[in-house]
Design a protein around this ligand. Sequence first.
Ligand SMILES: [Zn+2]
Length: 454
Amino acid sequence: MPRRYSPPDGQIVQAFTFALEPTDEQSAQIARFFGARRFAFNWALATITTDLERYRATGESTSSPSFYSLRKRWNAEKDVVCVNAETGEVWWPEVSKEVFADGVRGASDAYWRWQKSRSGRTAGRPVGFPRFKKRGHDRDRFSFTTGTMRLEADRRHLTLPVLGTLRTHENTRRLERLIALGRAKVLGVMLSRHGDRIIAAVRVSVARPQRAGVARPDSVVGIDVGVRRLATVATTTEVIGELANPRALERRLKELRRLQRQRCRRTRGSRQYAETGAKITRLHAEVAHIRQHNIHVFTTNLAKTHGVVVVEGLDAASLLHQKGLPGARARRRGLSDAAMSEIRRQLRYKCPWYGSTLIEADRFFPSSKTCHGCGHVQHIGWSEHWTCEECSSTHQRDDNAAINLARWASLGSVGAPVKRGAEHQTEFRSAAGDDTRKGGPESSGPNNSVRSAA
Ligand SMILES: [Zn+2]
């Protein structure tokens, strides 16, 4: 089963990521490792599948496909399996054994996730049987969990097993300092490709100092994530903040559209097609980074400031708004849904860090189409501004929704909304693990219960 490291009391597991600047030789080595991980994953999956088929046909059972038993079999077979067809050379010694172990573990974890889901022991959507990984269809990555993993004191280098010392694109100060002070310990490092960059995610167990508490413990705010602006922050009576889509982002989105049109005009497989493709990849990465950075600043600020933060519940946006949207708007809506999930994910761990309480409104709570003046609910279509049929007050869509969400905090005491607090302390996006769909904790539990009418 996927093992989970539980940090000692007062510590949490956190990942710090750094872009790397490998030498040409290191780049080639990393690329080979990506392939080797895939190779070991596919070998393990084929082994599991063969065992299963034999068991189904003859009833003859083999050892359970645990990581340990599979790794043992890998070590017994690697001399036969890892042979270059042309030269006849055995190639596994060129690759770190950790990379193979990572691939084998990935297949074993994926198998057990499928087993568990099949027997109804996981929440969320069913997990399929693992599939073979293909270059270009799989995220290039591998992890180290043992061996020399060290941030160098010059704060510009990271030392890893076999690969040696790699230069980092950015300064590693924010993590190097914690390690030097003895407040953080390295648990593992994952290297992966994002666009044309190699990123190292350094997983550490870190002691976080207890904060004094939020700046305004009595403050209750609602957050609406919208199409026109990234987010709106409101108290129960008025809007107190907006997070616009950053201009740097808008500019790149425009450039991205231009390049996509350009690529369409070129011949698939040509040099120019590939060149435009590379530019698009880089822009996509930039867009993702800008968005992620802005959301991080925003959620940290919220969690540090307000006593209670209320957000839309899971899937509320897609359930209520997605139907019948024209193309461009649907895409933007898709973006804001993604932003909502990311904001919610970050608040779930940051609120407990800083002593704030996160409340997720019921997914069926009509925050957009309820008049915050009189409580009347009506159909409002796609307009940015609308007028209440009952009390004739006019509303800006996002402003009204944010105010209603802030009010959910007290409304909720009638129908008992679910508070997300300390019990979700360490909900991080796992740095390792394979990409079979995860039945996240958000899809289970009492959170989906429909609020009884007050
Ligand atoms: Zn009204």
